[in-house]
Design a binder for this molecule. Structure first.
Ligand SMILES: CC(C)(COP(=O)(O)OP(=O)(O)OC[C@H]1O[C@@H](n2cnc3c(N)ncnc32)[C@H](O)[C@@H]1OP(=O)(O)O)[C@@H](O)C(=O)NCCC(=O)NCCS
Length: 164
C-alpha cells in the first residue's frame, strides 16, 4: 500500500469516498450529486489517497472546512474536519489508520486541531479513538458526536530535514 497526495484525476474516486463517508454501511448510498456529498468534498491539495502497488486507489482521507463548522479554535477560526473512506473489500487491513496518521501529519502544517463528526452507531469511532481522537461535544444531527485531535506542529529539525 502506498500513500500519495490526490491528483486532479482522483476527483471521481473522491466523490465515491465521500458517498461512503456520509452514510452508515447498512444504509443506501446517496447519489453522486447529493448536497451532503458535495458538501464533504475536499479543497485542492487537502486529500491523501491510498493505492495498491499497481496504483489502484483503495481509500482516501482529507480535511475540509464545513459550514457551519463543528468546532472553532481559540481564535474563532473553524476547525477543519476529517473525512475518510476505504473501498469495501480492503477494509480492516490498516489502510484507514495509515490514512488518518498521514492526514494528521499533513494537516499539522496548517492547523493545530483536526475534528470530525461520527454517527454514534458507526464502528469507525473505535478507529478514531485509537488514533488519538477524543470526544469534543455534540456532533451533527441527533446521533452525531464531535471528536477532535490536537495536531503536533512539525519540529524545527523535521522542517529542516524535509528541505534536505
Ligand atoms: C472507517 C473506515 C475508513 C476504516 O478503514 P479501514 O481501512 O477498515 O481501517 P483500519 O483497518 O485501519 O481499522 C479498522 C478499524 O475500523 C473500525 N471499523 C470501521 N468499520 C468497522 C466495521 N464495519 N466493523 C468493525 N470495525 C470497524 C474498527 O475500529 C476497526 O479496527 P478493530 O477491528 O481493530 O477495532 C472504513 O471502515 C470505511 O470506509 N467505512 C465506511 C465509510 C465511513 O464510515 N467513513 C467514516 C465516516 S465518519
Amino acid at each position: 500500500m502506498e500513500l500519495r497526495h490526490a491528483k486532479p484525476q482522483d476527483s471521481a474516486f473522491l466523490v465515491e469516498m465521500a458517498r461512503l463517508a456520509c452514510t452508515l454501511e447498512d444504509r443506501p448510498l446517496p447519489s453522486r450529486d447529493a448536497s451532503e456529498v458535495l458538501a464533504l468534498l475536499p479543497a485542492p491539495d487537502a486529500a491523501i489517497v491510498a493505492t495498491d502497488d499497481d496504483g489502484r486507489p483503495l481509500g482516501a482521507a482529507w480535511w475540509h472546512i464545513h459550514e457551519p463548522p463543528l468546532l472553532r479554535d481559540a481564535t474563532g477560526e473553524p476547525v477543519p474536519e476529517l473525512v475518510m473512506a476505504v473501498v469495501e473489500g480492503e477494509r480492516r487491513k490498516g489502510i484507514g489508520a495509515a490514512l488518518v496518521d498521514a492526514l494528521a501529519e499533513e494537516a499539522a502544517k496548517h492547523f493545530s486541531v483536526l475534528a470530525l463528526n461520527v454517527h454514534i452507531r458507526n464502528p469507525a469511532a473505535r478507529l478514531y479513538t485509537r488514533t488519538g481522537f477524543r470526544v469534543a461535544g455534540a456532533g451533527r444531527g441527533w446521533f452525531g458526536v464531535a471528536l477532535s485531535r490536537a495536531l503536533e506542529r512539525p519540529s524545527i529539525s523535521d522542517a529542516t530535514s524535509s528541505h534536505g
